[in-house]
Design a binder for this molecule. Structure first.
Ligand code: AHG
Ligand code: MN
Ligand code: MN
Length: 346
């Protein structure tokens, strides 16, 4: 691995291997990297607003003090709407699709994003992130993009990625040729390749789920969690429970260590909580590209036909063997006759 492989250089070198590439996707990823740096800087200042006395509606510069998720939303739009690459965008923070301003060139790509994921963690210095998803438009070139451009199945993504603002800032992306992670060097302000060609372990030992919702779960899921906790009955170590409450950070950790992240449907939320278009699809695209799986309980997340911009969907995502196993439990299709377990499903 060459030293100092920056994000722009990595994207450029990847492009050389694909002579058909026009360079547009590279430009998009570079712009996203820039937006990530700006958001990262602001995230690192979170909390200083109070200390420095900017508690009113405006800061020392006379600018409005914005909530961090709205700040991130605005930065993403500002960084991405004028490059001439997109025909339409959509964000968690905006009800409708976002059009490209009339005076900017209209491009052939579509961008969906969750500007700040894990917003309940902002005020308590816990990891948060940004998630993005890129498609090619399906409507006619040259015209403004449409809702249909945004509502494409996840397997049609051309690129997806996320940024975690954690103990350091890391950007992970795939454009269909491997999953690559870049850590932001705060001194140089550059993303440097730190995790080339990431692969999720086939099986993990971590499960991540909000267990406070236990009593609302279906029986299959309750039994699966018990099965993980009772692993020592089968002569293996019990699983470890880890739940940050920022999906992007939970999935990132599980991508590295192996394991499963779940946000299921339950009796109160029949469609789960997370959003298909800018949370589940991009994370599923990345995890599949790294060798894992992502399902909604019935089918592959990436094959779900979207019906609306902000639709919710249950998700089980992570190491292949772990997702295979939860799928069996959800379908109440587990045969324990050959294993030493206390769990009886039938
Ligand atoms: P967001 O901050 O973008 O609204 O998303 C929050 C999501 C997700 O990141 C996280 O895993 C989940 O909500 C946490 O939900 P619970 O608090 O219900 O566990
Ligand atoms: Mn989110
Ligand atoms: Mn969000």
């Amino acid at each position: 691995m060459p030293h100092f492989m920056t994000l722009p250089r990595h994207i450029q070198e990847g492009e050389k291997l694909h002579p058909e590439a026009t360079g547009e996707l590279s430009a998009i990823l570079n712009q996203l990297g820039l937006a990530a740096k700006v958001i990262s800087l602001e995230v690192n200042k979170a909390g200083l607003v109070d200390i420095l006395g900017f508690t009113g509606d405006s800061n020392v510069h006379g600018e409005q003090v914005k909530k961090l998720d709205i700040f991130a939303h605005d930065i993403m739009i500002k960084a991405m709407d004028h490059g001439g690459h997109f025909c339409v965008m959509a964000s968690e923070e905006e009800e409708d699709i976002i059009h490209i301003p009339a005076h900017h060139k209209i491009g052939k790509y579509v961008l969906l994003f969750d500007p700040l994921d894990g917003s309940s963690n902002i005020d308590v210095n816990v990891s948060i992130g940004t998630i993005f998803s890129v498609y090619k438009r399906i409507s006619k070139d040259g015209k403004p993009g449409t809702l249909e451009d945004c509502l494409q199945e996840g397997y049609k993504q051309v690129a997806a990625g996320y940024i975690v603002y954690g103990s350091s800032t890391i950007l992970v992306y795939t454009a269909g040729h491997g999953v690559h992670g870049f850590t932001l060097d705060p001194a140089f302000g550059e993303f440097l390749l730190s995790h080339p060609n990431m692969k999720i372990p086939e099986k993990g030992r971590i499960y991540s789920i909000n267990e406070g919702n236990y009593k609302y779960w279906d029986n299959g899921l309750k039994k699966y969690i018990k099965y993980l906790q009772d692993a020592d009955n089968r002569g293996v170590k019990p699983y470890t429970s880890r739940y940050i409450g920022s999906m992007v950070a939970d999935v990132h950790r599980n991508l590295i260590y192996g394991g499963i992240y779940m946000y299921p449907a339950d009796k109160r939320s029949p469609n789960g909580k997370l959003r298909l278009m800018y949370e589940c699809n991009p994370m599923a695209f990345i995890i599949e590209a790294a060798g894992g799986r992502a399902i909604d309980g019935n089918q592959r997340i990436l094959e779900v036909k979207p019906t609306s911009l902000h639709q919710r969907i249950p998700i089980f995502i992570g190491s292949k063997d772990d997702v295979d196993m939860v799928e069996k439990f959800l379908k109440e299709d587990v045969d324990f006759s050959k294993s030493h377990t206390t769990v009886k499903v039938h």
